[in-house]
Design a binder for this molecule. Structure first.
Ligand SMILES: *Cc1c(COP(=O)(O)O)cnc(C)c1O
Length: 380
């Protein structure tokens, strides 16, 4: 028997209380008992997003939220500035092109965060840019971009909105949607929200709603204006993910019992312990600056194949991590500590990494990283 541990950056583990809530008999989404559940979840989303704006619930993976945040606000021929520092940043450009939007990309070296000054200069050079697209946490590299600084910059442009993919950021570290002027913020169910895959969530500011009034792109399934009208009445345009929404009600009860601040402190401590543990085991971290607290991207040591580390974690020890994508394939492996994670998830990850490396013939002192992680995790 091999006990399984899900430590990949999405999907992530789901708490047992949430699984049980979702196992309840199906109810009808137009029946009166769904109304208060939907209302409670709408409020919970505003709390998590730290916003007074509407937060729409969509039945799709996170990318549906990204697509809708292009098709609903821009028209063909409009200009977008996309920050591309990894696989998800690259996706912005691809979706824009599918909707006839003209893309200017700011290419960021993988492993680095965007320099906000570069964004400020690009907007100054071309104020006709309608929207700036960025990740708060670029999951392919494990780096977080400074969306607070970007909010300050974009605020100064009346005809430009800032769209933030916060899919591995919301619920992990502080994202102040309203206070930082983030016009559109997106998350998904299967990362820090501790739910199975299947939902995207999008908050929309008044400034962005004004863009939606003018946008001329075709949209049918992801029609934010119509969703807004329906969701204000605790209904959705089409059949909602009833079970996931019931699960989300339970997720918010768990999150509220801990509180946002304590949640961010716990997530930050787990990230810190994972990073320091890996370093103490002799490994280098991939991010050159501003590592995301959602996951840790670790470099495979010279002469060791990163894919072998990732594969052996799964085959020998039952741990599902993630490998590197594209140019990082074989060079890194990624371990998540977002969502339903605690101290022993980090210890498990560091311990198993040491064991896998030793098994692959790499000189590592067993316990060196674990000891360091334990020290950090015992601190108050
Ligand atoms: C997971 C993720 C997405 C969405 O991916 P889906 O597979 O569509 O859910 C988008 N952006 C980031 C940063 C992610 O981590």
């Amino acid at each position: 028997m091999l006990k399984r541990y899900l430590l990949a950056p999405g999907p992530t583990p789901v708490p047992p209380e949430v699984l049980l809530a979702m196992a309840r008999p199906m109810i009808h989404h137009r029946a009166p008992e769904f109304d208060p559940i939907f209302a409670e979840v709408r409020e919970g989303l505003k709390w998590l997003f730290q916003t007074r704006n509407d937060v729409l619930m969509l039945a799709s993976s996170g990318t549906g939220g990204m697509e809708g945040s292009i098709s609903n606000f821009l028209s063909p021929g409009d200009k977008a500035l996309c920050i591309n520092g990894g696989k998800f940043g690259e996706r912005w450009g691809k979706i824009c092109k599918a909707f006839g939007v003209q893309v200017t990309e700011i290419k960021v070296e993988w492993g680095e965060a965007v320099d906000p000054k570069v964004v400020a200069d690009a907007l100054k050079a071309d104020p006709s840019i309608k929207a700036v697209y960025v990740q708060a946490s670029e999951t392919s590299t494990g780096v977080s971009h400074d969306v607070k600084a970007l909010g300050e910059i974009v605020k100064g442009y009346e005809n430009t909105i800032l769209v933030v993919d916060a899919i591995t950021a919301l619920g992990v570290f502080d994202i102040k949607t309203d206070a930082w002027g983030l016009d559109v913020v997106i998350t998904g169910s299967q990362k820090a929200l501790m739910l199975p895959p299947g939902m995207a969530f999008v908050s929309v500011s008044d400034k962005a709603w004004a863009f939606a009034e003018k946008a001329k792109n075709a949209s049918f399934y992801f029609n934010f204006k119509k969703e807004r009208e329906n969701q204000a009445k605790n209904q959705t345009l089409f059949t909602p993910t009833v079970s996931l929404i019931i699960g989300l009600q339970e997720v918010f009860r768990i999150m509220k019992a801990e509180g946002l601040d304590k949640m961010f402190v716990r997530q930050g401590q787990l990230a810190h312990a994972m990073r320091e543990g890996m370093k103490a085991a002799g490994l280098a971290l991939f991010p050159k600056n501003s590592p995301s607290d959602a996951l840790t991207t670790v470099c495979a040591p010279d002469g060791v194949d990163g894919q072998a580390i990732y594969k052996n974690l799964r085959v020998q020890y039952g741990i599902t991590a993630a490998g590197g994508q594209d140019q990082l394939k074989g060079k890194v492996f990624r371990l998540s500590h977002m969502g339903y994670a605690d101290r022993f998830d980090v210890i498990t990850a560091v311990a198993a990494t040491e064991m896998v490396l030793k098994g692959l013939g790499h000189p590592v002192k067993l316990g060196s990283g674990v000891g360091k992680a334990q020290e950090i995790l015992m601190a108050k």
